[in-house]
Design a binder for this molecule. Structure first.
Ligand code: PGA
Length: 256
């Protein structure tokens, strides 16, 4: 099994439902690289309308941006993995740095969310990444290793096929400052090595590792050209259909 090339758009808390349907429709109907799996992580409110109203073409999948760690219960305002699975939503993003920061989600809670999502049959896009001070003190690889160890590495090797890892340095998210291709490659290679040590070569080779943090049409090709960068988790630039389609079409290689 080859690892997938993935362009995932994280819309965050953006677009009204009408805007969202138009955006999803434009991405879905665009002339896209068919080797690339396109994922749209839309707001909860948009999942069902986009599914029903947009002609989702093959190679495009939907994702939720978060879920709760329990199946049901007295958790006002929350959405459970079972609810998403019941709607046939295939992916959920877990551990985005904005949720870690604003909603105080720590590694232990994220481990519960990952467990619950997989148990419900969802695939997980798991986000990790360091803040600027950690990078400056050269602690970035150890920091990411902790995040993966605490929240992911309780999974079995066979469960890892339902995990996509997104490396998103916090200092590059929404700032316009992108990690250099060399910085991205260094971390992605380090993550693949962590996977190899924990699970062996097969899991390491088959796990898609995405880069996130100010990916744009103008820098995607260079980032995606790195041997261990299997695509991107794209925020701001995924809100423009043209820009996002340029990103989808920026892969210079086939799945490996
Ligand atoms: P950005 O966001 O592309 O706007 O930097 C990336 C993300 O937060 O996933």
């Amino acid at each position: 099994m080859a690892r997938k090339l993935i362009a995932a758009g994280n819309w965050k808390m953006n677009t009204t439902i009408d805007e969202g349907i138009t955006l999803a429709q434009r991405v879905s109907s665009a002339d896209r690289n068919k080797n690339v799996l396109t994922i749209l992580a839309v707001p909860f409110t948009h999942l069902f309308p986009v599914m029903k109203k947009v002609k989702i073409s093959s190679g495009v999948k939907l994702a939720a941006q978060n879920c709760h760690h329990k199946t049901s219960g007295a958790f006002t305002g929350e959405i459970s993995p079972a609810m998403l699975a019941g709607m046939k939503i295939p992916y959920v993003v877990i551990g985005h740095s904005e949720r870690r920061e604003y909603n105080h989600e720590d590694n232990a809670l994220l481990a519960l969310k990952v467990r619950a999502a997989l148990d419900a049959g969802l695939k997980v896009i798991f986000c990790c990444g360091e803040a600027l001070d950690i990078r400056k003190s050269r602690g970035h690889v150890a920091h990411v290793k902790n995040q993966l160890t605490d929240s992911l590495f309780m999974l079995s090797a066979s469960e890892m096929k339902n995990i996509v890892i997104a490396y998103e340095p916090i200092w590059a998210i929404g700032t316009g400052e992108t990690a250099t291709p060399a910085q991205a490659q260094e971390m992605h290679l380090a993550i693949r090595e962590m996977l190899r040590k924990k699970y062996g070569k097969r899991v390491a080779d088959n796990t898609s590792i995405l880069y996130g943090g100010s990916v744009k049409g103008s820098n995607a090709a260079e980032l995606f050209g790195q041997p261990d960068v299997d695509g991107g988790l794209v925020g701001g630039a995924s809100l423009s259909a043209d820009e996002f389609v340029t990103i989808i079409n920026s892969f210079g290689r086939k799945a490996v």
